[in-house]
Design a protein around this ligand. Structure first.
Ligand SMILES: [Zn+2]
Length: 291
């Protein structure tokens, strides 16, 4: 009886997933203007700060451009997965090292800060302390961070901690944020076109060439432990093409981190049951009050 109930729940879930997929537009990004900002002609130092091993895949063609130009690139991952056990976390780190190898970034130019996945909001002061040292020592010209979009609490924490570190150091550099989930219309994530961004905020879009698409696909495949949950989910929704078609970034908007990002809908719970935006807010507020 119990098995039968489980099977019917599974089938119901599958049916609703396909129904959902039928409602979704196949390609809502045909408007892509291919207007990515040009790279500076002088050699620069680039810093990429992200939460998880695989978040780098969302901005990898831009990072590759910098490397091809001869820029120096440093990558810092804020979180480590402990939930699937120590081996799982280590496997993700191994995959990230392979990804860096594919890009030709040597081990002197990437770091794993290893704050516990999904609990990073409890370590904001410690993360900021580390990031300030990294920024001060490295002196980047451009920093790339994940967009503040309420998709994943660790993404928002590494975004906030980066922006706050730069502010506290009174450091001058260009900061770009790149969307992950909201760019791809995954259910429960409001695509950024539908959000209430002020007119002053531009999201740049890049149409990937066949060559670049093949590169992004090969890069994603290095993150084997992640391609099942993410790529197959996109596949079920008929959206598998999107992440291989476009890449996005925008100059950092002037966010108030005690408030939700423009018109975003909360999606933390999709990954970690029980986590809410108030947890992020509590972390941010207690950090700002302590200061
Ligand atoms: Zn992530």
């Amino acid at each position: 009886m119990r098995n039968k109930t489980l099977i019917s729940f599974f089938l119901l879930g599958l049916i609703s997933l396909f129904e959902l997929s039928a409602c979704l537009p196949k390609d809502i990004f045909t408007h892509c203007e291919n207007n990515y900002p040009k790279l500076d002609s002088v050699k620069e130092k680039i810093l990429l700060i992200i939460a998880h091993q695989d978040d780098d895949a969302f901005i990898v063609t831009r990072i590759k451009d910098h490397l091809d130009k001869g820029d120096q690139v440093m990558v810092d991952w804020v979180a480590k997965s402990y939930q699937g056990g120590e081996d799982y976390g280590n496997m993700r780190i191994k995959e990230a090292k392979r990804a860096m190898n594919m890009l030709g970034i040597d081990s002197l130019h990437y770091n794993f800060l290893n704050f516990p996945d999904s609990k990073t909001y409890k370590f904001i002061p410690q993360i900021i302390r580390k990031l300030k040292v990294i920024i001060q020592n490295y002196q980047p010209n451009v920093i790339y961070v994940e967009a503040y979009e309420m998709g994943n609490i660790d993404h928002d924490v590494s975004h906030f901690s980066t922006v706050q570190s730069v502010k506290e150091l009174n450091y001058k550099c260009l900061i770009y944020e790149f969307p992950q989930y909201s760019a791809y219309d995954i259910p429960n994530f409001l695509p950024f076109e539908l959000r209430k961004y002020p007119d002053s905020i531009t999201t740049f879009c890049r149409k990937l060439t066949i060559h670049e698409r093949n590169f992004v696909m090969a890069y994603w495949k290095i993150y084997k432990s992640q391609d099942f949950p993410f790529l197959y989910y996109m596949f079920l929704l008929g959206q598998e093409d999107l992440i291989f078609k476009y890449e996005y970034l925008r100059p950092l908007p002037n966010y108030d981190y005690t408030k939700k990002p423009f018109g975003a809908s909360e999606a933390y719970k999709r990954y970690i049951q029980g986590l809410k935006f108030v947890d992020f807010q509590r972390g941010v507020k207690s950090y700002l009050n302590l200061k």
